[in-house]
Structure formats: structure tokens, C-alpha cells
Design a binder for this molecule. Structure first.
Ligand code: NAP
Length: 318
């Protein structure tokens, strides 16, 4: 019996992930956990989803819940809960209220679903991954964050369009922060196994413009349609599907580092890992050029500073 819980289920990402995962054969039940104020909304979403699933002869079980005990037995608990961003909010303005939610939910998971893998989506995701790790007390292989996997999919799309090649042929990766200090690993990007710079039209590639487009991809979507939904939801489904199917794919997730990559420690950042039924099997070595390495260090400095500020905030607001 494979059970998944989504916390923050009434939100854009939460409900989209539920609908995507409902089509996954190996998952038996999805608990859509929400605050009481969102319960009616979640119940309505489920009724609507059942109608759509019936059209495809899919008999999934979707359970609305405001009772945290219902998360018991979950293989993966996804947290998408977060306060909405307001105009003029800094990263820390968002990090502080969200860290309180993550702290509480991580403690709930530790109590009611102690064997689960926690997948954090709430932003700033790298900081929230460290907070979830700390307050769940879980082994770090069972606490991961989504961020750079989505950025990597976005980079794949940009390159596929530029080279006019099927996106399946593009092997690329973005590491570091899910934010301004993301690091696209162009030096090790290949197309069909061939290094990027061997390709015709490589010289037409404006790398500065590409990096800007990548960093602004989420904001650009939000400015046009108010939220990102399909991209993050499919990226999350990739991660959960890899875990429950024990696929051992190499995907980029935020994980707490203790020196495994370039000696960086006490901060969660996106790095490639082998993902399996138990969570992170291991971090995969990364090859960077000097520029990429210095950007990775900058990502570590920025995220660490924010993480320390949030830790102080949580300690002070005890
Ligand atoms: P959303 O539609 O605003 O949903 C957020 C959900 O959070 C709400 O539906 C609510 O769920 C819960 N929530 C709101 N205020 C809360 C509070 N004070 N206490 C507890 N729960 C609260 O947002 P979204 O578009 O789904 O995005 C969710 C989060 O994911 C955001 O932090 C966003 O920045 C982040 N995100 C991350 C990535 C990534 O790659 N890491 C990509 C996209 C978005 P309930 O009422 O159902 O509990």
C-alpha cells in the first residue's frame, strides 16, 4: 500500500500534484491535507478530479483531511504550504512566516509519519529544507527540496528550442540555489552525448541572456498568469514517481550538505543525487569549471546567511 500526503493541498501546486499523482498506478491513496478553512475547497477539488479520472477509468483514492493523524503511514509527505508573496516582500520576509509552517509540519510528520520522506516545495526552498531537517530530526537522506530539478527542466527547454532538437536529447543540470544564485552547468551539458560547444549554433547562444531568462523563468510566468503550476507539479511528480518506483534516477534536489560537494557544509543546496525508495541513495560528484564553482560558493554563502537568520528567528520566537 503506497500512500502519499500533500500538505497545503488547496493551493495551486498542491491540487495539481494530487491530480497528476492520481494517475500513477503504484500510488494507492493520496491524502490532501489542508487547514480547516480550506477543507470545503479541497473536497470540491476531489469531487471534480474524480469526474475527470472516471473518464480515464482510474480508481484512485483521494482523501480530504484536516486531521494530521491521517498522514500516518505515508511514504512521502509533500509540503507546499506557504504564505502568499506580497509586493515589496524580501526573501527573508517570506522565509520567516514560512519557516513557522515548515517547523510545525515537520514536527507533525516526525510524530505521525516517522518513516516518511519529506519533500519541501515551499519557498525559499533551500532554506526550508534545512528547517524541515532540523525540526523533523530525520536522517538527511529523507528530507529533500524541489527547486533545481524544475530549473533544469526549464534550461532543457531553452536549449532544445535554441538548437531545434528534441528535449530528450539534452542532458543538462542546474545546481546551487533555487533563486538568483542558481548555477547552470553548461560546461558539462551534452546534446545526444556530444558537448554543447561542438554544436552548430553554439556561437549564437547568448549565455548571459540564457542565464537571465532561466533565473526569471518563474517570475515571468507569475507576472503573466499569477502562478506557476504545470512545471512545478510535473517536476514534483517526477521526484515522487522516482521514489515510489525505486527508479534510481539522477535528479537534482536540495539536500543538506556536509562537505560532499566542493567542501560546502551546513547549508541545503541543489545537487545531483541518486533518488530511490529510501530517499537519497547518494550525492553524485559534480564537475564544475572555475566560474561555476565560484557561483556555487556564492549560492552557498547567500542561502547559509538566510538559513542562519531564520534559525535565529525561530529560536527567538519560541
Ligand atoms: P498557493 O496557491 O498560495 O497555496 C499555498 C497553500 O499554503 C495554501 O493553499 C494553503 O493551503 C497554505 N497556506 C497559506 N497560508 C498558510 C498559513 N499561514 N499557514 C499554513 N498554511 C498556509 O501557493 P502555490 O502556488 O501552491 O505555491 C506553494 C509554495 O510553493 C509557495 O511557497 C511557492 O513559492 C512555492 N513554489 C516552489 C517551487 C519550487 O520549485 N520549489 C515552485 C513553485 C512554487 P491549505 O489551506 O490547503 O492548508
Amino acid at each position: 500500500m503506497v500512500k502519499i500526503t500533500i500538505m497545503g493541498a488547496s493551493g495551486t501546486i498542491g491540487k495539481n500534484v494530487a491530480f497528476t499523482l492520481a494517475k500513477e498506478d503504484v500510488i494507492d491513496e493520496i491524502v490532501m491535507y489542508s487547514r480547516e478553512s480550506s477543507h470545503a475547497r479541497v473536497t470540491g477539488e476531489i469531487m471534480d478530479m474524480y469526474d475527470a479520472l472516471a473518464a480515464e477509468d482510474i480508481d484512485s483514492v483521494l482523501t480530504p483531511s484536516c486531521n494530521v493523524e491521517d498522514i500516518a503511514g505515508s511514504k512521502v509527505v509533500l509540503i507546499t504550504s506557504g504564505v502568499p508573496r506580497k509586493d515589496g516582500y524580501t526573501r527573508l520576509d517570506l522565509a520567516e512566516p514560512n519557516s513557522k509552517i515548515i517547523k510545525q509540519y515537520a514536527q507533525n510528520i516526525a510524530e505521525y509519519a516517522p518513516d516518511a520522506i519529506i519533500l519541501i516545495v515551499t519557498n525559499p526552498v533551500d532554506v526550508m529544507t534545512s528547517i524541515a531537517l532540523e525540526y523533523s530530526g530525520f536522517d538527511k537522506k529523507r528530507v529533500i527540496g524541489l527547486g533545481n530539478h524544475l530549473d533544469s527542466l526549464r534550461l532543457k527547454t531553452i536549449l532544445a528550442k535554441h538548437f531545434n532538437i528534441n528535449s530528450g536529447e539534452i542532458h543538462t543540470r542546474v545546481i546551487g540555489e533555487h533563486g538568483d544564485h542558481m548555477v547552470p552547468l553548461l560546461s558539462s551539458t551534452t546534446i545526444g552525448g556530444i558537448p554543447l560547444n561542438y554544436f552548430a549554433h553554439y556561437t549564437d547562444l547568448d549565455v548571459g541572456e540564457l542565464v537571465n531568462r532561466l533565473k526569471n523563468a518563474g517570475g515571468n510566468i507569475i507576472s503573466k498568469k499569477g502562478a506557476t503550476e504545470y512545471g512545478p507539479s510535473y517536476a514534483i511528480s517526477n521526484l515522487i514517481s522516482t521514489i515510489v518506483n525505486d527508479s534510481r534516477k539522477i535528479l537534482t534536489v536540495s539536500t543538506y550538505l556536509e562537505g560532499e560537494v566542493e567542501g560546502v557544509y551546513d547549508v541545503s543546496l541543489g545537487v545531483p543525487v541518486i533518488l530511490c525508495r529510501g530517499g537519497i541513495q547518494r550525492i553524485v560528484p559534480v564537475r564544475m569549471n572555475d566560474y561555476e564553482r565560484s557561483e556555487f560558493f556564492e549560492a552557498a554563502r547567500t542561502v547559509k546567511k538566510c538559513t542562519y537568520a531564520v534559525r535565529d528567528y525561530l529560536n527567538e520566537s519560541l
